[in-house]
Write a protein of this length. Structure first.
Length: 97
């Protein structure tokens, strides 16, 4: 899970750098509809709600670049087989124990 922590840190740094050039934490927090504490957590690389993170990236004009990168990864994985459905699900069985 180290890669997930590193991604949070990278995205937090991206938000922090772009935000610092344009506005205060208080202003960005108001624009994305979260508390200043939540924005501080984003900038420090802590996990937060993905909608809040993506909204921050959108307000800062960075979401399109993030989507483009993710789209490239999806296209690059196009040669991989799609995920198969569980056989239990196909037979109408639940997975309760």
């Amino acid at each position: 899970m180290q890669a997930v922590a590193e991604l949070h840190e990278l995205l937090g740094e991206l938000v922090k750098r772009h935000r610092a050039q344009r506005m205060s934490q208080r202003e960005l927090a108001a624009r994305i509809g979260c508390s200043q504490r939540t924005l501080t957590r984003i900038e420090q690389g802590h996990p937060v709600n993905s909608e809040t993170l993506f909204t921050a990236l959108a307000v800062l004009g960075q979401l399109d670049a993030f989507i483009e990168l993710a789209d490239e990864k999806v296209r690059a994985a196009g040669h991989l087989p799609e995920r198969k459905r569980s056989q239990l699900h196909d037979r109408g069985l639940d997975n309760d124990f």
